[in-house]
Design a protein. Structure first.
Length: 258
């Protein structure tokens, strides 16, 4: 979305939003731990795209993304997320590292995995395994589930609070999950720079991205792949919302934030 090529008019368009407020977030309850099951394999490669691992061409693109935060809802940077799941045929690769890999949350606690929708295998509903290790060494092993799956009601491990929020489109399934580890957030380096297009500076070219970030993380991510959505979290409450407009505009007028 191109907001407006004239920065002054673009700013004026932001002004009505200034009057609106948003509630602060409550404490974040920790994510439930689950068994790692029989198929965990140590030493997975650093990998954030499992699609090349798919054994067939008949798969659906799945995005798994979100944040790692502490129970104070503040981001946890540099957490390791080790994912493994069945391929589109419902099979685990226990010989090599297909559909296995780890990545790290960024300076704002965000993570992003491209993979394929895992197939079903006997005895379980659809799920993804993940083992998180915080930079301080705390481990959280759990599983993520999919809403509206027929088998959810018959799977003894399934928990609704471990469901991703999934949006299905013609292109992909977009899954969002926020992991809460039993720690305080550590993301001191998440500077909420307001640099929404990741060009290293806060200026009028960031207004479009900021407005998109206000509309939602998904919309922002699609346009600004690799940029941290929380760059727009100017008041550092863990969310990009209307409370961030005033500080964003102030930094913009000052030509940057310290
Ligand atoms: Fe499994």
């Amino acid at each position: 979305m191109l907001l407006h090529s004239n920065p002054h008019i673009a700013l004026l368009m932001l002004t009505p939003l200034l009057a609106l407020g948003a509630a602060a977030r409550a404490d974040c309850p920790r994510t439930a731990a689950q068994t790692e099951g029989p198929y965990f394999k140590k030493n997975s490669p650093l990998k954030d795209d499992f699609r090349p691992d798919a054994p067939t061409e008949d798969w659906t693109h799945l995005i798994v993304r979100g944040r790692v935060v502490g129970t104070d809802c503040l981001p946890l940077a540099d957490a390791k997320l080790d994912f493994w799941h069945a391929d589109e045929l419902g099979e685990y690769d226990n010989e090599t590292y297909r559909m296995r890999g780890h990545l790290f949350s960024n300076a704002c606690g965000e993570y992003y995995l491209d993979t394929v929708v895992p197939g079903l295998y006997p005895g379980r509903t659809r799920h993804i395994h993940v083992k998180l290790t915080s930079s301080s060494g705390l481990v959280l092993t759990t599983q993520l589930y999919f809403p509206d799956e027929e088998r959810n009601k018959n799977d003894g491990l399934y928990r609704q609070d471990l469901e991703m929020a999934i949006e299905k489109s013609d292109e992909n399934w977009d899954g969002v999950f926020e992991f809460v580890m039993n720690l305080k957030g550590n993301a001191a380096d998440c500077r909420s720079s307001g640099d929404m297009n990741c060009d290293g500076a806060l200026d009028f070219t960031d207004i479009d991205g900021f407005v998109m970030a206000l509309l939602g993380e998904t919309e922002y991510r699609e346009q600004y792949r690799g940029c941290a959505w929380l760059n727009g979290d100017m008041d550092r409450d863990g969310d990009v919302d209307f409370d961030d407009i005033d500080p964003f505009v102030a930094c913009l007028i000052d030509g940057g934030c310290e």
